[in-house]
Write a protein that binds this ligand. Structure first.
Ligand code: FMN
Length: 348
């Protein structure tokens, strides 16, 4: 793995940036095997100043991170490439590490080490992942039914990291638990709560319920006005995000799958319209992916990004069919460079 030096946190990091975020605030959701430092670098580069306020790492298990031998296998999730770091600084975007687990003492130790050794502005705790293999041990969304442990975990992370600690969660397991769950979270004053408006059993089915998110905002207003609330779920364009903010009263909106449909989500100007630009970006992305992740992540994970670039122009789907079976940057380059050479010089 390329060992990028991770500068120590700055003074700025200890302030509560969640409260200072200018509005309208959009954040990039953590997505495993999607929002790593390579992809985030592109999303941030494409973002216009002002819309994107915060990004998060992929979720990292505190057990894995603290494991004497296993740690190296998961630490890449905390990597912030110098390219990403300079874009974050230039655009004044915060970055938060997301962690998960069940043992408060491990949260204390892991968050303390992350705060000391890495340059994140805050720590987020995953209390929303619905996957069976994760929740069977009581982690992530299973904590919704164990609020006292959830509170202990938040407090341990606050004490361990001394950074702003936020929670990302859903609003129930088998049924909606909005009131009891949000009250329990508010009682220990996380800096922010990002709420995906679904319950665990839905996984990704149905629609995100923004009325329940609005209920959470009302509870916050009554019980702990200092806690920031962001809403999340099924927002696929800026206009919808702005409407959700207006209707529900959330302080910001978090974007997940929308970024895979449109990596220019946070840009004010229209996405590049010509195939030349899109193909060049794909090649640049694939090269950066391979340079950074060779021996760590399979090139197959790069394929989910092919569609983002190879769409919205004539012949895009044929090109996709050509590159999908390929397994390295070199193979992709060998197919796409001749295509680029045959296209007329585009006005950029
Ligand atoms: C591929 C994928 C990976 C995800 N990984 C994480 C994760 O690591 N941590 C987390 O809190 N949520 C994770 N999520 C959930 C998203 O952050 C987000 O809450 C969810 O996709 C709903 O938002 P959306 O409708 O904007 O996509 C993941 C979602 C997807 C689709």
């Amino acid at each position: 793995m390329s060992a990028h030096p991770q500068p120590h946190k700055t003074e700025k990091a200890t302030s509560n940036f969640w409260q200072e975020m200018n509005k309208p605030a959009f954040t990039l959701a953590p997505m495993e095997d999607v929002t790593d430092t390579v992809f985030r670098s592109f999303v941030i580069r494409f973002a216009s100043s002002g819309y994107l306020r915060l990004v998060m790492s992929e979720f990292l298990s505190v057990d894995g991170f603290l494991h004497p031998e296993g740690g190296e296998k998961v630490k890449h999730r905390l990597l912030v490439h110098p390219r990403e770091r300079s874009l974050l600084d230039a655009k004044n975007i915060n970055i938060v590490a997301q962690i998960w687990g069940t043992d408060p003492e491990k949260f204390y130790r892991a968050s303390r080490r992350i705060a000391e050794e890495y340059a994140f502005d805050g720590i987020d705790i995953n209390m929303g992942c619905p996957m069976k293999k994760i929740i069977k041990n009581g982690a992530c969304s299973a904590l919704i039914l164990n609020p006292s442990l959830a509170q202990e975990i938040i407090q341990a992370t606050q004490e361990g990291s001394r950074l702003p600690v936020s929670v990302k969660t859903r609003l129930g397991m088998r049924q909606w638990e909005t009131e009891a769950w949000i009250e329990a979270l508010l009682a220990v004053r996380p800096a922010a709560i990002s709420i995906h408006g679904r319950i665990q059993k839905q996984l990704y089915s149905g629609e995100a319920n923004w009325d329940e998110i609005k209920k959470a905002v009302a509870l916050r207003n009554a019980l702990a006005p200092g806690v920031v609330i962001h809403g999340n779920g099924d927002v696929f364009d800026i206009a919808t995000g702005l409407r959700r903010m207006e209707e529900s009263g959330v302080d910001g909106v978090m974007i997940g799958r929308g970024i895979l449909k449109n990596p220019w989500f946070f840009a004010r100007e229209a996405p590049p319209a010509n195939p030349q630009q899109r193909i060049r970006l794909l090649l640049e992305h694939a090269r950066f992916f391979e340079e950074n992740w060779q021996g760590i992540k399979s090139f197959a994970l790069m394929k989910r990004f092919f569609k983002m670039y190879l769409s919205d122009f004539k012949g895009a789907s044929q090109l996709r069919a050509l590159v999908m079976p390929l397994n390295s940057y070199e193979e992709v380059e060998n197919v796409l460079m001749p295509v680029l050479r045959n296209l007329p010089e585009a006005e950029v």
